[in-house]
Design a protein around this ligand. Sequence first.
Ligand SMILES: *Cc1c(COP(=O)(O)O)cnc(C)c1O
Length: 388
Amino acid sequence: MSYKAGPHFLQIPGPSNIPGRVLRAIERPTMDHRGPSFQDLAVEVLEKIRPIFKTSQPVVIFPSSGTGAWEAALVNTLSPGDKVLMYETGQFSNLWIELASRLGLEPEICEGDWRGGAIAEVIEERLLADKTKQIKAVCIVHNETSTGALSNVKAVRNAIDNAKHPALFLVDTISGLGSADYKHDEWGVDVTITGSQKGLMLPPGLGFNAVSEKAVAASKSAKLSRSYWDWASQLANNPTGNFPYTPATNLLYGLLEACDMLMEEGLENVFARHERHAEATRRAVRSWGFQIQCSEPKEYSPVLTGVIMPTGHDADALRSVILEKYNMSLGAGLGKIKGKVFRIGHLGDFNDLMLMGTLSGVEMGLTSAGVPHDKGGAQAALDFLAGN
Ligand SMILES: *Cc1c(COP(=O)(O)O)cnc(C)c1O
């Protein structure tokens, strides 16, 4: 492999680009994770992560991928054979459903068409029909990364309340937190699940569960087997800056820096920046003459945009031309939309000129790959960014 000048454009919707400040924070000698300096840092990071979830309740941090945090949420709150209502929004919701089945839970699936978020009315109907309260948890994905659709978490909370149903509310915001507004406390979520490598701008390797009092109470009688994922030993150790086993020490230095950066910019400004880049991207996509995978404008994701290829053209062929010629990685279509869709990530440590580089790379790639399209997508995004 010969040297390719200039930065690689990593425009997949996670892992996202890691800012220099975070890289430098991680690049430190590893500390004794049972010593006083590390304990001070751990106490600080466990405190500073809470406002990112908009919660005053505990946040448990595992050395894991997002998938581990999914598993932790389920095994701490549920028992073998429990029924869980899970909403199909795309490939990620489906992987979580599969994980729940493997653990011995019984998912009841609200089927979806992969073109939007979870529909609160559908959940309310299912809960109203559950007269004997067999459903123990409702599970949704906040930002469905395979399609680019955002679910209305508050509306689903209201649906659970309207049905007067006691089920726990579990939400995956692995690709949403730190990019799209999220309110763990105000939205009455029992377990919020996230990972480090998307909106939090870190490398992969940290999994998070923000937990409500109701979730902690449920964990006392939940009977699924757990050891590594057990909240109780984390929650007992965390107040003194300790962990039950070796934490991902250096990633926690990076997390502290990332929390500071999000707060310096201001969370609301971070969310507005993502919305603006998403809007500019959609204008480019429409100008090219393509459809957006999310068909519901109220549910457009601020994190990524899923683009439907014209029929007869393969998204993965386009992606490999763009990687080869312009040194940019775009997200593939996943699961049943493989080859039909590609995804443009516009999340994390990202600005106007990076977005213009990205959209220019897509537009040049369409020409290089011989995909018919209308010119002027990048120009439409430029006009929007310059005027807003
Ligand atoms: C990335 C992602 C996951 C999986 O996380 P891993 O870190 O790959 O295990 C799950 N759900 C959503 C919505 C994601 O974006």
